[in-house]
Design a binder for this molecule. Structure first.
Ligand SMILES: Nc1ncnc2c1ncn2[C@@H]1O[C@H](COP(=O)(O)OP(=O)(O)O)[C@@H](O)[C@H]1O
Ligand SMILES: [Mg+2]
Length: 268
């Protein structure tokens, strides 16, 4: 096993003529939880999409998962290598029970049924998901329950790299705490967690080992957990000023409404 769960070097991504990621460098060692924070439109979700393999980006640079190159692999191969993303907007999959999905994923990974059932039982108990196992994936779940289901699925499949894109968005404060506790419980020597968040409130309940600030498609600052208090004080605007980062002429790109519908990196 390599020391680094995820090792990203000079990652660039563009859509047509629009450059979104402009040279991202990031190292997430096994056993650590890293947070990426940044204003809307800074490229955080794009980083997730590029790692999981969504096809609409032109990508250069390198991303290694446990030392293995990731970017030349198909989406399903990346998953089998140990990459897993929790979605900002988890999709409902009517007709497919959560337990069935987990068993299929386990078989795909070559686990025998005892191992799969054992993992489902253990994680089901740990994340209080037992009563959702026979129900369709995410169907009629509350926002908080969907996010809990995402963390449960990670606990069953035990990825080497877990990427969580704004897992706290749209949740009330109790649900944020619950999901945060779930992430803390996911910590372990065999996983590196990359948690993306717009707001610092989830960091009251998860203490990341490192916090990285992304602005304009680059990581402009990295630090320990104390960086979140500073961010809260300064705001992203303050960071831009302190570091002398110019806002592009067209202003800070805002999310287009269409992005809401294209958040999932898989073609369903
Ligand atoms: N498929 C795409 N086509 C065109 N522009 C895109 C696409 N994906 C992202 N962008 C643009 O890239 C910028 C960064 O978006 P995103 O990664 O979603 O930022 P964040 O997650 O930090 O809010 C935004 O201006 C967004 O509109
Ligand atoms: Mg985003």
């Amino acid at each position: 096993m390599s020391k680094l769960a995820l090792d990203i070097n000079n990652l660039e991504a563009s859509v047509g003529a629009i450059e979104i990621l402009k040279g991202v460098d990031l190292e997430v060692p096994f056993g650590e939880v890293h947070a990426i924070m940044g204003p809307n439109g800074s490229g955080k979700s794009t980083l997730c999409h590029v790692l999981t393999g969504r096809s609409d980006y032109t990508v250069s640079g390198e991303a290694l998962l446990d030392g293995e190159p990731l970017l030349d692999k198909a989406v399903d191969a990346r998953s089998r290598m140990g990459l897993m993303q929790a979605f900002q907007y988890p999709v409902e999959v009517p007709g497919v029970a959560l337990a069935t999905l987990m068993r299929e994923c386990g078989e795909e990974r070559g686990w025998d049924s005892d191992e799969i059932d054992g993992r489902i039982a253990e994680a089901g108990k740990r994340y209080d998901m037992d009563r959702f196992l026979d129900r369709s994936v995410n169907n009629d779940l509350s926002g908080g329950e969907k996010k809990r289901s995402e963390v449960f699925q990670m606990a069953v499949l035990r990825p080497k790299v877990a990427v969580l894109d704004e897992i706290d968005s749209g949740l009330d404060i109790d649900a944020v705490r619950e999901v945060a506790e779930g992430i803390e419980r996911m910590r372990g020597p065999e996983v590196g967690v990359l948690m993306i968040t717009h707001y610092s409130r989830i960091l009251r309940y998860v203490t990341p080992d490192r916090i990285h600030v992304m602005i304009g498609g680059r990581i402009v600052e990295s630090g320990g957990p104390e960086l979140s208090a500073r961010l809260e004080e300064e705001g992203y605007e303050g960071i831009r000023e302190r570091l002398g980062i110019e806002v592009p002429a067209e202003g800070v790109a805002e999310k287009r409404p269409a992005d809401f519908f294209t958040e999932t990196p898989f073609d369903l």
